[in-house]
Design a protein around this ligand. Structure first.
Ligand code: PNS
Length: 172
């Protein structure tokens, strides 16, 4: 049996940088679970359901990648789904410090789980969900940086229509 890896994050919202990492992880591991953390210490724009649904739609063409929400400790969720590897994307040097801290903390709780960092592909090396949110909020472009339906969902949120029920096109 092959290795299951989880790729955890806030995914508020999923970007093409995330999609790139998930696809590349899918080429290495037999199964990849994009694990959407329900309560990150951040001002979220999207609910957990919305973040999960957008990630599912963004990765729909990768049969061995699935998306699940999780709460509580990452290592507990990893054990629950029998994942042996945690995948994280690394952009700049600044990411390294945070990722090292998290990896060491996770290892102290679950030494059997290995953290594998993939270096972000060049076109996404400057990209972050928070930057995209700011740019779209201020009316800027997002070409190629998030899936089109994510850009539409962000514009709807910032136009004040985001409290409406999740549109059908997002869930189908
Ligand atoms: O995309 P992000 O916001 O950088 O992802 C951070 C995330 C969700 C991976 C991290 O906050 C996490 O693992 N949260 C789950 C709770 C937990 O296990 N905390 C201890 C981490 S050392």
């Amino acid at each position: 049996m092959g290795i299951t890896a989880i790729y955890p994050g806030s995914f508020d919202p999923i970007t093409m940088g995330h999609v790139d990492i998930a696809r590349r992880a899918g080429a290495i591991f037999e199964h990849v679970i994009i694990a959407v953390y329900d309560t990150p210490a951040k001002n979220l724009v999207f609910s957990t359901d919305e973040r999960v649904m957008m990630a599912r739609r963004a990765i729909a063409d990768s049969p061995n990648v699935r998306v699940e929400p999780f709460s509580g400790l990452l290592v507990d969720f990893a054990r629950q789904v029998q994942a042996k590897v945690v995948v994280r994307g690394l952009r700049a040097v600044s990411d390294f410090e945070v990722e090292t801290q998290m990896a060491l903390m996770n290892r102290s709780m679950a030494p059997e789980i290995e953290v594998v960092c993939l270096i972000t592909s060049l076109p996404y090396s400057f990209l972050s969900a928070s930057l995209i949110k700011e740019v779209i909020k201020l009316g800027g472009p997002s070409d190629g940086l998030v899936p089109d339906f994510v850009a539409t969902a962000l514009r709807q949120k910032f136009a004040g229509t985001g409290d409406a029920p999740v549109p059908r096109w997002l869930t189908s």
